[in-house]
Design a protein around this ligand. Structure first.
Ligand code: OGA
Ligand code: NI
Length: 319
């Protein structure tokens, strides 16, 4: 039987989840269906204050408007590669395409040193770098990070319930998570800028899932199973959440890590803020009991989150 494909990204209201136990299973089943069919959803009533999202975009504008020399002081090479500033065209997210026409600022969870026998990926342990002439920047970015991290933990509770497990199933696997917040700036396309560079090349995200805030410009597209690119237009007060490869693997490909890309708008610059959420470094990503059976045995060997992410980043970026 041909699999049904999709022509739009569904919207799910999280208000009933936050209202209490009664409607939680219903919300969880709705989320699960969309993660299986589409791998992308919008969420509303997600608990992150609109004013905080607005401030995060304001400081992103301030940051990317700094002179290039100021931004280069925070160059990502100074952090071991995964935190700090990435200049325009520093990445080819789709290695078969031209470099991305975007610049980025990455920061991560600040964690106490872990036990010496754990080898942690630099995405988890590298120091954050902050601009010293933008007073509000660090404060706003950290507040936003914490707020969206709390939503990420809620999403894991929703996923747990959706698989008939206790709401707390993932809690101890995400108390020291590999989590990266990225501010992105996509300059407009014009005659001057090369039009054959993607904003961000086609890819699936590597972590468990991503919580994305986008401004009002648009340009994000997801690929349906028929190979068509479907627009994911901005909807005020929502986040876009998309499943990444780790959660696809954990669910034996029941959840989909759907390919997506960004095409820069002509005549408009665009800002977006993805938050990439994995698990603790040492958490074993191993087929969940409810995701396999006689007809669908586990497809992937167990791997720790840290090893999986390190492997993927090495394939793409060489570090
Ligand atoms: C990403 C991504 C989408 C966007 O950074 O992985 O897909 O809208 N970003 O910026
Ligand atoms: Ni992505």
């Amino acid at each position: 039987m041909a699999e049904a494909s999709f022509n739009s990204v569904p919207i799910i209201d999280l208000a009933p989840w936050f209202a209490g136990a009664a409607a939680r299973n219903e919300v969880a089943q709705r989320v699960r269906k969309v993660c299986e069919d589409v791998g992308f959803l919008y969420v509303t009533n997600h608990g992150v204050q609109p004013a905080l999202v607005e401030r995060a975009f304001e400081v992103a504008h301030e940051f990317f408007n700094l002179p290039e020399a100021e931004k280069l002081k925070l160059h990502y090479a100074k952090t071991g590669g995964h935190r700090g500033y990435l200049p325009l065209q520093a990445e080819s997210t789709d290695p078969t395409a031209k470099s991305d026409f975007k610049e980025a600022f990455d920061c991560g969870m600040v964690l106490a040193p872990i036990e010496s026998n754990e080898v942690a990926h630099p995405r988890m342990t590298a120091p954050n770098l902050w601009p010293d002439n933008l007073p509000r920047f660090k404060e706003v970015v950290e507040l936003y990070f914490d707020s969206v991290c709390s939503l990420a933990r809620t999403m894991f509770q929703i996923f747990a319930v959706s698989f008939g497990m206790s709401e707390e199933f993932f809690d101890d696997k995400i108390d020291r998570p590999i989590a990266t917040l990225r501010l992105l700036h996509y300059p407009s396309r014009s005659r001057v800028n090369p039009t054959d560079h993607p904003g961000i090349g086609a890819h699936a995200d590597y972590e468990c899932f991503t919580i994305l805030a986008q401004d009002e410009i648009g340009g994000l597209q997801v690929q349906n199973r028929g190979g068509e690119w479907i627009e994911v237009p901005p909807i005020p007060s929502t986040f876009v959440i998309n499943i990444g490869e780790m959660l696809a693997r954990w669910t034996n490909d029941l959840f989909r890590a759907t390919p997506h890309r960004v095409v820069n708008a002509v005549g408009h610059e665009r800002y977006s803020i993805p938050f990439f959420f994995a698990t603790n470094n040492e958490t074993m990503i191993e087929c969940l009991d409810s995701c396999s059976g006689q007809v669908n045995p586990p497809k992937y060997p167990p791997v720790t989150a840290g090893d999986y992410l390190a492997g993927r980043l090495k394939e793409i970026y060489g570090v």
